[in-house]
Design a protein around this ligand. Structure first.
Ligand SMILES: NC(=O)C1=CN([C@@H]2O[C@H](COP(=O)(O)OP(=O)(O)OC[C@H]3O[C@@H](n4cnc5c(N)ncnc54)[C@H](O)[C@@H]3O)[C@@H](O)[C@H]2O)C=CC1
Ligand SMILES: O=C(CO)COP(=O)(O)O
Length: 329
């Protein structure tokens, strides 16, 4: 499978970066954009100037807005926003080859139906073999060829191994897993915690508070992950702790930057600066899942309360600090 044809759905920052990765050693990688104008601009500029300025598309990357271009792909990377995954998967259904690997690269949970991305894909693409790629990886870092390591999970370990071989490069290293649920929970939840970490930075709470917040966020992730069947080693791995540390520790993260702007006083509707902040879509559904499982997630609850304008940032910090003292679990 290593030289199998690869297509990418979604031509934002991460889609462009992964298309460049896939282009190494391949003659053509279709990069599908849902907006024909965007596909034309990419084809003309050979660069995603909005999302990845200064980082050219590899020669083999072929921007298109024609979904039929995925028909000959044995591996399709799905890199659209999580809330768009169902529509895109449904639209791809007539074109996706039987048995093709459909690798979910979005980080989020479907808000309306409370479905994980792998459940969305199972429903919309019965002919696909689903997989999930997630871990600490900023698109710009990957595009620049900086060393990066992520997890790729598929139920069938042989498929996971073959996909790791197909997608790994010298600087983009994939570790295989069969824990799809564990990998997708980590990717979705860390965006919510990154908003909280950004708020703490925006309020200048200090490095000690940042570290405490990451550790307690990890405790929340672990509790929910275990309740939903994730494996401990996944939660402690690249797609769990690894991505949490990256995203909660860098203003390069859009979720962190969004939280930071909120912490500095920006209004919820303005704080993202028009950038995709998946955590803002995931916060509510994450705590709904947690409540259903009887799992306490006070940090995620605080983020949701702030985003739904029920609590100010300062009141949320106060409430977290006033929680009863308890054992460290
Ligand atoms: N940027 C990064 O460093 C990383 C992003 N991700 C994940 O990848 C996913 C995509 O993120 P980015 O590419 O960074 O976002 P982006 O904002 O750079 O690009 C999103 C792309 O999706 C397109 N899009 C929007 N609505 C759509 C729809 N309804 N149907 C089809 N396409 C639509 C937009 O036109 C845009 O080209 C997110 O779930 C994100 O969490 C994961 C790892 C790294
Ligand atoms: O998922 C990411 C890094 O692993 C990107 O994070 P942001 O979406 O917060 O920019």
């Amino acid at each position: 499978m290593t030289r199998d044809t690869i297509a990418v759905l979604g031509a934002g920052a991460w889609g462009a970066a992964l298309a460049n990765v896939a282009a190494q050693g391949r003659r053509r990688v279709a990069l599908w954009a849902h907006d024909p104008g965007h596909a034309e601009t990419l084809a003309r500029d050979r660069e995603n100037r909005r999302h990845l300025p200064g980082l050219p598309l590899a020669h083999a990357v072929a921007p298109t807005s024609d979904l039929a271009s995925i028909a000959d792909a044995r591996v399709v990377l799905a890199v659209v926003p999580a809330q768009a995954m169902r529509d895109v998967a449904r639209a791809a259904r007539p074109y996706l080859a039987d048995g093709a690997a459909f690798v979910i690269c979005a980080k989020g949970i479907e808000r309306d139906r409370r479905h994980f991305m792998s459940e969305v894909v199972a429903e919309e693409l019965p002919q696909a073999r689903p997989a999930v790629l997630s871990g600490p990886s900023f698109a710009a870092d990957v595009c620049k060829g900086l060393p990066t390591a992520v997890t790729l999970a598929a139920a069938d370990e042989a498929l996971a191994q073959r996909l790791c071989e197909a997608l790994s490069t010298k600087t983009f290293r994939l570790y295989r897993s069969t824990d799809i649920r564990g990998v997708e929970i980590g990717g979705a939840a860390k965006n919510v915690f990154a908003i909280a970490a950004g708020m703490a930075a925006g309020r200048r709470l200090g490095a000690s508070a940042q570290a405490a917040l990451i550790a307690r966020s990890f405790a929340e992730l672990t509790r929910l992950g275990r309740a939903l069947g994730a494996r401990s080693e996944t939660l402690m791995g690249l797609s769990g702790l690894g991505d949490l540390v990256l995203t909660c520790g860098s203003a390069q993260s859009r979720n962190f930057a969004f939280g930071q702007a909120l912490g500095q006083g920006a209004a919820v509707q303005d704080a993202s600066g028009g950038k995709l902040t998946e955590g803002a879509f995931t916060a509510r559904v994450l705590i709904e899942m947690a409540r259903k499982e009887g799992v306490e997630m006070p940090i995620a609850e605080a983020v949701d309360a702030i985003l739904s304008l029920r609590l100010s940032v300062d009141a949320a910090i106060e409430a977290l600090l006033m929680r009863p003292l308890k054992a460290e679990i």
